[in-house]
Design a protein around this ligand. Sequence first.
Ligand SMILES: [Zn+2]
Length: 155
Amino acid sequence: MSKFAQVGDFCPNKDCDDYGELQSERQHNIIKFGKTKADRQRFKCKTCNGTFVETKGTIFYRRRTPEDEIIETLALVAEGSRISSLERVKGYKDDTILAWIRAAAEHAEAIEEVLLAEYQLERGQLDGLWAYVRNKGGKKTTLKPTKVASFGDPL
Ligand SMILES: [Zn+2]
């Protein structure tokens, strides 16, 4: 499975004001910054002046579970699987799955692209997925799409 948020698409520095912000027409804090000896692209964040290389970081950066496994689980939720039954089948805690959905919702556009391309999902099913974040995310917090609070935290 291809990575959907490439390194260079966002700053991986948690202390950065633009941490996790995907690059767009209005958001362009990341610039290319030469190459490493191993010929890996190096990037620099103009906001925090941090540099990083292309091997580091995807949307689910630093989560213990492989990204494609997370995506598959999200697809199952979108298809209508109950989180409680996924807990039995997959062996993940429901809190863990909800944390993935929350992290995914921070980058909903990129995630939807992958889910629509690689799984036979419909738009309405994706809306159902995000509804977990809005309605059943445990605490009744409002989703703040611009800040990535728990993103990247070890679970
Ligand atoms: Zn930065």
